[in-house]
Design a binder for this molecule. Structure first.
Ligand SMILES: [Zn+2]
Ligand SMILES: [Zn+2]
Length: 133
């Protein structure tokens, strides 16, 4: 069986394998510091610059999506089904919103404006259930 790295023509380095498996296991948008800590906890020698580089390559290859939630840092998540995030501005919790109705809207935009939409980005900011109590 070929790994996702091989499929993308990427050499399988221990750090790349670790970053990919961490993103798979955690299945949430993570920042570089969190990813770096987990890579190191697997006993792999690496640094922040290397993790950034790995994430950049994964983003370029479309394996990972990069998000900016106005926290002054990026978060990274394994690319998958089109979904969006709900961010709690009080506790920082990030929830997935599983369905996306925007593709219909994209068709509408193209029809009305003659603009060819290739992608979209949308996040919701507010208060989670706990923080509303
Ligand atoms: Zn909250
Ligand atoms: Zn969407």
């Amino acid at each position: 069986m070929t790994s996702p790295l091989q499929r993308q023509g990427l050499k399988q380095t221990p750090a790349r394998i670790a970053v990919l498996s961490i993103l798979q296991e955690q299945n949430r948008p993570m920042d570089v510091a969190e990813i770096l800590e987990l890579v190191r906890s697997e006993g792999i020698e690496t640094n922040q610059a290397t993790v950034y580089r790995i994430l950049d390559i994964f983003c370029e290859k479309g394996m990972v999506n990069r998000f900016e939630f106005h926290e002054g840092k990026f978060r990274y998540e394994l690319a998958g089904a089109d979904h969006h995030h709900l961010l709690c501005e009080s506790c920082g919790r990030i929830e997935d919103l599983s369905d996306c109705n925007i593709p219909d809207w994209e068709v509408e935009i193209t029809r009305k404006k003659g603009f060819l939409v290739k992608r979209h980005s949308l996040e919701f900011f507010g208060l989670c259930q706990n923080c509303q109590r």
